[in-house]
Design a binder for this molecule. Structure first.
Ligand code: C6P
Length: 552
């Protein structure tokens, strides 16, 4: 079969790419978070539910036979994608996170003991940190971290130094989701073998971009998520070597994974079912199989080449923006560009891009230790798939340049006194359309009263926001007044709405009030992004908690 790569055909295969966002053509640059799905995947799921829905492996009827055949066919498709030796080495999980947890709780708990060492790196996603921290707590094992070089590559000299006969597990990402760095996993696996350490590769960010051959790599485990490779959410893969999987105990128990159950004892099923307790995500598996078949029709070398061109174009445009600071070095990365813009909070820029129909991700990208190391609280990340175009890259950077040329100052003068909520509502409702209202909210940030410097500590941090937010209060004769500050301009603008509404009220009035009505009137419920809505909710909840304490 001849494999093809025609960008217009590819784009046509993805229904969502024909849609618009905020009245602009959608430019989807958040592929590292999740990729879009081709019609073939959507149709495969639809066909399963509309024509073939049945449980797998159990019933005696025809529908179940068809569902089981499609389900197991998908397993064989994944086997061929990553060149596993056996299809039973492919275990279905919910995604990368569950795959790593399975290894930690099954392999890790039964093989590690006090003093053993687990080696991860500084650039890992929380999904490849926290399960190991928990395992270390449960077993007394020690978690060690490979640092990075100055150009944000794994420090292989330090890796050599940390690797010892105590190292039992080496768990590393193939590609970093925050930097885009491609790690030399073959070399790492080879070195880990010299001390008989088991190797776990987090392939979440690699599988959509790079060829993966688990036999050539000779890794013990390789994990990835369906939704980052054009398949559905809620389905992922744990590849494990047969000998290791056979020796591991099950980690979840129930139906499907047993051979025989009696009250005197239970025997477990063979691979892969030993690790697939309960009714699996059948539609997800079938959808993922269709995603791999879609990929297998493409010239993946050409896809990679195209993605390299997208990255090069973005890097070139980025180099022309003097206030843009790249998070990562510019060589040996794939699929994404992460940066900050001096004088702007990433989430503010992300929201302004969103208004132009450009979807990007901002924040710490679930790599908080890496952000701490880089001394930033997050970044703006543009991440590519082969369906993106060079024109989209240019449009994104044209928009960035426009944003920088016209900062959202809106010439509001600093007023020492807070406007009343009625006054503020009238001002905001006067702006036509959400885009212009958003700019007015951004402009409000300038009017936020100064925040007391000595209250910038952990006690005053609002948890649950993806940007830094401080909140403190005063109680003068039963009248409460709050102060808020943040490093994101949009949050400061939203804080003005909260303060105008709440300040000067008694605790009981605050508890009986209805800020949701104001949010609704201003369209905040409908138009704010999920992370901003969560942040606003977290600040509001903290205010209500304070009012509750003060009223008691
Ligand atoms: N990274 C991102 O925007 P799940 O959620 O289980 O499908 O994948 C977790 C995961 C594990 N490892 C790496 C390297 C990842 O990038 C991710 C998911 C998304 O970067 C969501 S935080």
């Amino acid at each position: 079969m001849t494999k093809s790569f025609t960008i217009s055909d590819i784009r046509h295969a993805f229904p969502i790419l024909q849609e618009s966002a905020n009245e602009h053509p959608l430019i989807y640059f958040d592929n590292a978070a999740t990729t879009q799905k081709p019609a073939s995947v959507i149709n495969a799921i639809d066909t399963y539910y509309s024509k073939q829905n049945a449980n797998v492996h159990r019933a005696s009827h025809h529908l179940s036979a068809i569902a089981t055949q499609r389900f197991e066919h998908a397993r064989a498709t994944i086997q061929s994608l990553i060149n596993a030796a056996h299809s039973h080495e492919i275990i279905w999980t919910k995604g990368t996170t569950e795959s790593i947890n399975l290894i930690a709780q099954s392999y890790g708990r039964s093989n590690l003991s006090a003093g053993d060492e687990i080696l991860i790196s500084l650039m890992e996603h929380h999904a490849n940190i926290v399960p190991w921290q928990m395992l270390a707590e449960q077993t007394g094992a020690i978690l060690k971290v490979i640092p990075l070089t100055l150009d944000n590559q794994l420090d292989l000299t330090e890796f050599d130094r940390l690797l010892s006969s105590n190292t039992k597990i080496v768990s590393i990402c193939h590609v970093s989701n925050s930097l885009g760095t491609i790690n030399p996993i073959k070399e790492i696996i080879e070195k880990a073998k010299t001390v008989n350490a088991v190797t776990v590769i987090d392939g979440a960010q690699a599988i959509a971009h790079l060829p993966v051959d688990v036999q050539a790599l000779d890794c013990d485990f390789y994990c990835f998520s369906g939704h980052k490779m054009f398949g559905p959410t809620g389905i992922g893969v744990l590849y494990g070597k047969e000998s290791l999987l056979n020796a591991m105990p099950p980690w979840q128990c129930g139906g499907e994974m047993i051979q025989r159950v009696s009250f005197s004892g239970t025997t477990f099923s063979h691979l892969p079912f030993k690790f697939e307790a309960g009714t699996p995500n059948i539609a997800g598996v079938i959808g993922l199989g269709a995603a791999v078949e879609f990929l297998q029709q493409l010239d993946r070398e050409a896809c990679r080449h195209h993605e390299e061109k997208l990255l090069a174009a973005a890097q070139q445009r980025a180099a022309n923006l003097p206030s843009l600071e790249l998070v990562a070095q510019s060589t040996n990365i794939i699929g994404l560009l992460a940066f900050n813009i001096r004088g702007y909070h990433a989430s503010d820029v992300g929201t302004l891009l969103d208004q132009q129909g450009i979807a990007v991700r901002t924040g710490h990208h679930c790599t908080m230790p890496l952000m701490d190391h880089l001394n930033i609280d997050g970044s703006l990340r543009i991440s590519f798939a082969f369906y993106n175009t060079i024109e989209e890259v240019h449009r994104c950077f044209d928009c960035l340049e426009k944003i920088l040329a016209a900062p959202p100052s809106h010439t509001t003068t600093v007023t020492p006194v807070l406007p009343s909520i009625d006054e503020l509502t009238v001002r905001l409702l006067a702006s036509q359309g959400w885009e212009s209202r958003y700019r007015v909210i951004m402009g409000l940030a300038k009017e936020l009263p100064p925040y007391p410097e000595n209250n910038r500590d952990d006690n005053h941090l609002v948890m649950g926001c993806d940007v830094t937010v401080w909140l403190s209060h005063q109680n003068r004769n039963g009248i409460l007044s709050f102060s808020i500050d943040s490093n994101a301009r949009i949050v400061k603008g939203l804080a003005m709405i909260l303060l105008s509404y709440y300040n000067g009220k008694q605790a009981s009035e605050i508890l009986g009030s209805d800020i949701q009505g104001i949010f609704k009137k201003l369209g905040l419920n409908k138009h704010l992004s999920p992370s901003r809505t969560n942040g606003l909710r977290a600040i509001n909840q903290k205010i209500l908690k304070i009012a509750e304490t003060e009223s008691g």
